[in-house]
Ligand binder design. Structure first.
Ligand code: PLP
Length: 392
């Protein structure tokens, strides 16, 4: 039965992780996988999360199924935290479904879209998160790519983006990163978001927004602003939200699908359909992460403690980014116009190999680095290594 299976191509980032773990040099630096690390290089549990877990441990009386739609209070609190006072939320024109992480939200949103409109195509700017295209293809959607990133300028190729909108067919899906673009960090300006929303409306496209890094760039509501604008301008939108980064809940698989529809009845239909799709995908989402988020967001003190921690994370990232941008490395100054965890270095494959072999510094073969892997203890060594492998 399995004779015809051939192993899938190796995921470059997983391979980087494997090589990093196998390296026994003490001063090795991991700039690969996209997790936030603190100033000591550790993935820590946020204090607000620890406190919420303590409360849950005391109060939880059972571990029954929570249903395919998940925890409705978690969904409401999360949606209202990201999009406070959003009219269509109050008018119940958004379907909210808890999912296993942002990945589950993205998959479920595409399943729903494919069910509604099987011939829709997903228009994707490249490079993008490595899971975006394979997931769409697994759902049966054809992907059409365009150039998102102009590597010469380090900015979004906005002309290519608008041309992709113009070439799409009504009903096609248009993938966007709500903030902190992965892997490039390159973002649209507010006027560009406005122009894009108008173009999507005119072309009758449905945005699929991947909002995985809210709070990691300029603040929770600021980072959700572009997504909010799309929800306000367009009659339909699919939003995949992850709590992995903003709450540091990577292993708890916590996320939410939000679907904007044109009426309460249609939003209800979307929710019911998404729940029935979820039933056959994972039956029920895991409870613990969403219970943590619900506990935090329903308590004013815990909520402000969590916001303060998120603020400190954001400030640390901005500090590292500013140090890199001012380092004098060719092209580094463009980093100050970008945001989030990621940046693309303009290093050759040979230089990336030399960083690994001679300096124990690991990054994706594309040159993407997770800047959260840098801190006061290792950034000097990182910059010295960059200068050695790629002299100006
Ligand atoms: N979308 C993007 C752009 C990501 O970078 C990630 C995780 O790295 C995700 C979605 C998935 O997040 P989750 O771990 O919550 O599934």
């Amino acid at each position: 039965m399995f004779e015809n299976l051939s192993p899938p191509p190796a995921d470059s980032l997983m391979e980087v992780g494997r090589m990093f773990r196998a390296d026994d040099r003490e001063a090795k630096i991991d700039l690969g996988v996209g997790t936030y690390r603190n100033g000591e290089g550790r993935i820590e549990v946020m204090t607000a999360v620890k406190e919420a877990e303590r409360r849950l441990l005391e109060s939880q009386t059972g571990k029954g199924y929570i249903g395919p739609g998940g925890d409705a209070l978690f969904c409401d609190l999360l949606a209202n935290t990201l999009f406070p006072d959003l009219g269509v939320l109050a008018e119940r024109q958004m379907a909210l479904v808890q999912t296993p992480g942002g990945t589950g939200a993205y998959r479920l949103g595409l399943e729903l879209a494919a069910l509604r409109f099987p011939s829709a195509r997903l228009i994707v700017g490249t490079p993008t998160w490595p899971n975006h295209i394979p997931t769409a293809e697994r759902v049966g959607l054809r992907c059409v790519t365009y150039r998102h990133y102009d590597s010469a300028s380090g900015a979004v190729d906005f002309g290519a983006m608008l041309a992709a909108v113009a070439h799409a067919r009504p009903g096609d899906l248009f993938l966007l990163h709500g903030c902190c673009h992965n892997p490039t960090g390159a973002i649209l300006s507010p006027p560009q978001w406005g122009a894009l929303a108008a173009a999507l409306l005119e072309a009758r496209l449905v945005p699929v927004v991947d909002l995985a890094y809210a709070g990691m760039a300029s603040g929770l509501t600021a980072d959700s602003q572009a997504t909010r604008q799309l929800i306000e301008v367009l009659p339909e939108a699919i939003i995949a939200i992850s709590c992995s980064k903003s709450f540091g809940l990577y292993s708890e698989r916590t996320g939410m699908l939000a679907v904007r529809a044109t009426s309460t009845a249609l939003a209800d239909a979307c929710r019911q359909t998404a729940e029935s799709l979820a039933r056959s995908l994972w039956s029920n989402p895991p409870d613990h992460g969403a219970a943590i988020v619900r506990t935090i967001l329903s308590d004013a003190d815990l909520s402000s403690a969590w916001r303060a921690e998120l603020h400190a994370m954001r400030k640390r990232l901005a500090g590292v980014r500013a140090l890199l941008a001012g380092s004098g490395y060719p092209g580094a100054d463009r980093l100050s116009a970008q945001e989030g965890l990621f940046a693309m270095l303009t290093l050759s494959p040979a230089a990336i190999g030399a960083m690994r072999e001679h300096h124990a510094i690991y990054m994706d073969p594309s040159g993407r680095i997770n800047i959260a892997g840098l801190n006061d203890h290792n950034i000097g060594r990182f910059l010295a290594a960059v200068r050695t492998v790629s002299p100006a």
